[in-house]
Design a protein around this ligand. Structure first.
Ligand SMILES: Cc1cc2nc3c(=O)[nH]c(=O)nc-3n(C[C@H](O)[C@H](O)[C@H](O)COP(=O)(O)OP(=O)(O)OC[C@H]3O[C@@H](n4cnc5c(N)ncnc54)[C@H](O)[C@@H]3O)c2cc1C
Length: 457
């Protein structure tokens, strides 16, 4: 016996939940299968708990600055309180996601789904078979761990959200945003923190000034950076873990965390057997409508490895539902995706970085470095960095990069202007709000420097 649905979604994360809700709202009979918790990576062990941890970690800087404003703060931090309150909030959000699915009539199935053919899904634990006009694979991804001896002694971001106690020290391998964010989280909470990375600077692909500025911010907070090195081996040493690096140096740490990339959850899903084509790293190949090589099977979100971000997965889920269940073929525009690194200092960016813009265009670069007003009474010397990249001679804004407090909030607003193809004069027309950091963006006069024919002048 098999139950028949218009749509079976595998994975109740950002993309799957949005697609299921919208398809049900359009009148489809929908089931969504989730093997862990409704909400997926973002809500349960990604963006949301991470941002809560980021908030927790930022108080140490705030307490330091508070003294210069006349406050005396006798601060103590309690990790179990943070964990318990975070868990309560995640439970609340999961309930809200469940309610949001049930309201339009989506059936939630707690099980592991495996594809059995173009229109079939089997539930691994109950053995139930479902048949579906369409299947949507929205199974997300998982942390990738290097194949080294003792790798099981390390943790990933998944476990970092549930540590029983804060370690006295941590070695974090990786140079991407997850490594950097967790480094500032742990350091802000008082953990002696080291990043080890095979490259020569954190955050490959980001604007060079922002990378170096954030690197300086990490160093100022006591985070140690070991570059062009990897972890070669982990061994237990009493309550510590002895990490031996690729250069032969060994040191003990209270914990070791791998933030060495994520891989799509496609293994053991029955995709190859159903004829669904995969890319080399296991990501599902899809067309602009998120359709796979099998006409009845679609895929959205991290499992397709287009841009591993929640809002992108949500957009893809919406576009899929509109295309298939509302007769409105819809694609996602990937041309202008803003992204943030919720480290300390915070970094946010949208559009082209300077190096990329310089190779394509004659460009003007407006660059400002200044002390955030909040710090001016303290001894903190950290600078905000703002960079606006435009086409030559006041043309269209091509890139916006901010390092400093509120960077993500500012860049989100800048994204609207850039989406409307704003040029420098549009930014200049905005009346400054004073005193703010963002007013710098609308009061830049002459470019700090320009590129003509790819050459800096
Ligand atoms: C530490 C961390 C921080 C992050 N921070 C941010 C951020 O600040 N901003 C941002 O935009 N993005 C962030 N992300 C990325 C974001 O979480 C993902 O891009 C987003 O969750 C992808 O959504 P998705 O629907 O593709 O998959 P997911 O949200 O991963 O959901 C997939 C779901 O499928 C389930 N599943 C898998 N296989 C099966 C199966 N066979 N049967 C049933 N269920 C299955 C999983 O349990 C999971 O619940 C972060 C990620 C991490 C790890």
């Amino acid at each position: 016996m098999s139950d028949a649905y218009d749509l079976v979604v595998i994975g109740a994360g950002s993309g799957g939940v949005r697609a299921a809700r919208m398809a049900a709202t359009y009148g489809a009979r929908v089931a969504i299968i989730e093997e862990y918790r409704v909400g997926g990576t973002c809500v349960i062990r990604g963006c949301v708990p991470k941002k809560l941890f980021v908030y927790a970690s930022r108080f140490s800087d705030m307490f330091e600055i508070a003294r210069s404003f006349g406050w005396t703060v006798d601060a103590k931090f309690d990790w179990p309180t943070l964990l318990a309150n975070k868990d309560k909030e995640i439970d609340r959000l999961e309930s809200a996601y469940v309610a949001g699915l049930e309201k339009p009539g989506v059936e939630i199935i707690r099980d592991r789904g495996v594809i059995t053919g173009p229109n079939g899904v089997k539930l691994l634990h109950s053995g139930r078979e479902l048949s579906a006009r369409y299947i949507l694979v929205a199974t997300g991804g998982h942390p990738q761990i290097p194949e080294i001896p003792g790798k099981e002694l390390g943790i990933t971001s998944n476990e970092a959200f549930h540590l029983k106690a804060l370690p006295h020290s941590i070695l974090i391998e990786g140079g991407g945003y997850i490594a950097v964010e967790f480094a500032t989280i742990f350091a802000g909470l008082g953990v002696d923190t080291t990043i080890i990375y095979r490259g020569d600077c954190i955050l490959r692909g980001f604007d060079e000034d922002m990378r170096r500025g954030l690197e300086a911010g990490l160093t100022e907070r006591g985070i140690k950076l070991i570059y062009q090195t990897t972890i070669a081996r982990l061994e237990k040493r009493g309550t510590d873990i002895l990490a031996t690096m690729s250069d032969g140096v060994s040191a003990p740490y209270g914990a070791v965390m791998f933030a060495t990339g994520r891989r799509p959850n496609t293994h053991g899903l029955g995709l190859a057997e159903a004829g669904v084509k995969l890319h080399a790293h296991g990501a599902i190949e899809v067309d602009e409508y998120s359709r796979t090589s099998v006409a009845s099977i679609y895929a959205v979100g991290d499992v397709t490895n287009r841009a591993q971000l929640t809002p992108v997965a949500i957009r893809e889920g919406s576009a899929f539902a509109a295309t298939v269940f509302n007769n409105t073929p819809t694609t996602v525009d990937y041309s202008l995706i803003g992204t943030a690194v919720f480290a300390e200092p915070e970094l946010a960016t949208i559009g082209l970085n300077e190096a990329d813009a310089a190779t394509h265009d004659n460009i003007d670069v407006y660059l400002a470095r200044f002390r955030p007003m909040m710090n001016t009474l303290s001894t903190k010397s950290e600078r905000v960095i703002m960079k606006l990249i435009t086409e030559a001679d006041g043309g269209r804004v091509l890139g916006l990069h901010i390092l400093g407090p509120g960077a993500a909030e500012m860049v989100q607003m800048g994204a609207i202007a850039m989406g409307m193809r704003a040029n420098k004069a549009d930014f200049d027309r905005a009346m400054a709000m004073h005193p703010t950091a963002a007013e710098e963006l609308v009061t830049f006069k002459a470019p700090s420097y320009v590129y003509r024919g790819g050459k800096k002048q």
